[in-house]
Design a protein around this ligand. Structure first.
Ligand SMILES: C[S@@+](CC[C@H](N)C(=O)[O-])C[C@H]1O[C@@H](n2cnc3c(N)ncnc32)[C@H](O)[C@@H]1O
Length: 385
């Protein structure tokens, strides 16, 4: 039986489910929503580093027109499902599709061999279900929104029965308790109305889209999201890539790095994005454990307008509390500090509120460093039109 994400009953209204994701703003979300609510004239929002799409989904739920962007394909897929897809158009089609996919018999293939035999992400019986469902999705040639809903459901189903410590870098030596359960598809929580999803580098998205508010939640440290969530990337792309190491990471993890994951490049990457954004408000999340001290983050943001800083004590991600594991999933250390500080920076820029009457697109401007990334994208798009 197909169940809803929240209630475990037949499909109904609920909340976006909890998938395990480093830096997810699930806990900070009420503060973020409260802040945005209090701002004047915020109709459209650009979320540049959308990850699970949790923040973007919550803002869409509050009635904002949201564009969710992330440079990884799995995150852009979550954004297509939770932000772009209009529930009124896709709900019943998706329910029928997921019911059909969930009824398929397992059939072991590339996924099972790679992630359940050569490594231990899922138990082989669940791996065979992933193979069968994913091959069927690939064969159906679905419309992109419907495909994103099916892939989101599959990623979340795998996440509920995985055998990891939270990231896909190490699999547990013994199978986790949840991995013995049968992988089961659930209907993601769609919302009424349109939205946007994109899979661009943040610097390019900052140039391409114009919104009332831009939300920035970049990575804080050297750990690549693509490396930590490579299984989802391979599941979504279904390109059956070359893999390496005990975690069976895609080899392109080595090439598709983010400048936000490099200490020496973070400062410049942030400056570029902040400079390019056209939004009346900027809202940025940072941790006190990141590459840049809060005062330096504030100084970069202050190039666009007066900055207000809000500090929130935060219980660290569950992985930090569970302990430290080697690539074979063996515990090798004890957890460090259990708390850090998350910070929200709010900037009121000098940008004028976009006129509702002006054209959707206007000519792009010449850009400085990193201009090659923008080749072929000479125009800026105003959201929600
Ligand atoms: C801290 S997480 C965002 C979490 C998100 N706010 C949530 O609640 O789930 C940072 C995200 O930035 C994305 N990212 C990293 N470098 C990027 C880049 N250069 N351009 C766009 N996205 C990037 C990662 O894939 C990751 O999903």
């Amino acid at each position: 039986m197909l169940v809803s994400a929240r209630h475990g009953s037949l499909l109904g209204s609920g909340w976006i489910p909890v998938i395990k994701y480093l830096g997810s703003k699930r806990v900070l979300l009420p503060r973020i929503l409260e802040l945005v609510e209090g701002l004047e004239g915020v109709r459209t929002v650009l979320d540049l580093f959308s990850g699970t799409a949790r923040v973007a989904h919550a803002l869409k739920r509050r009635g904002h027109w949201v564009q969710a962007n992330d440079h990884n394909a799995y995150a852009a897929t979550l954004a297509s499902c939770y932000v772009k897809a209009d529930r009124r158009r896709w709900q019943s089609k998706a329910e029928r599709l997921l019911a059909e996919l969930d009824a398929l018999k397992g059939r072991a293939g590339w996924f099972t061999e790679t992630f359940c035999v050569r490594s231990r992400y899922l138990q082989p019986a669940n791996g065979a279900r992933v193979d069968a469902i994913r091959e069927r999705i690939a064969g159906l040639g679905l419309e992109p929104s419907l495909e994103a809903i099916a892939l989101t459901s599959l990623m979340e189903a795998a996440d509920r029965v995985d055998s990891t410590t939270g990231v896909q870098m190490a699999y547990l030596k013994g199978w986790s308790a949840r991995s013995h359960q049968r992988l089961q598809l659930r209907m993601p929580e769609l919302l009424d109305g349109p939205g946007g999803a994109s899979c661009l580098d943040a610097a390019e998205a900052a140039h391409r889209f114009e919104a009332d508010l831009a939300y920035l939640d970049p990575p804080y440290n050297q750990h690549s999201y693509l490396g930590n969530y490579h299984v989802w990337e391979s599941l979504v792309r279904w390109d059956k890539p070359e893999v390496y190491g005990v975690a069976m990471k895609r080899t392109d993890v080595r090439e598709r790095g983010s400048r936000f994951n490099r200490k020496g490049a973070f400062d410049e990457a942030l400056r570029t994005v902040v400079e390019r954004l056209r939004a009346r408000w900027l809202l940025a999340s940072f941790s006190n454990e990141g590459f840049l001290p809060p005062a330096e983050v504030a100084a970069i943001l202050a190039t666009r307008g007066p900055v207000t800083r809000i500090v929130i004590p935060y219980r660290r991600y569950v992985g930090a509390r569970i302990g430290i594991y080697n690539p074979r999933g063996e515990k090798v250390g004890t957890p460090g500090r259990l708390h850090n500080h998350e910070m929200l920076f709010l900037v009121r820029t000098g940008d004028a509120l976009p006129s509702r009457r002006r054209a959707v697109r206007r000519p792009g401007r010449t850009v400085g460093s990193g201009a090659s990334a923008l080749a072929g994208h000479p125009r800026r798009q105003r959201l929600g039109r």
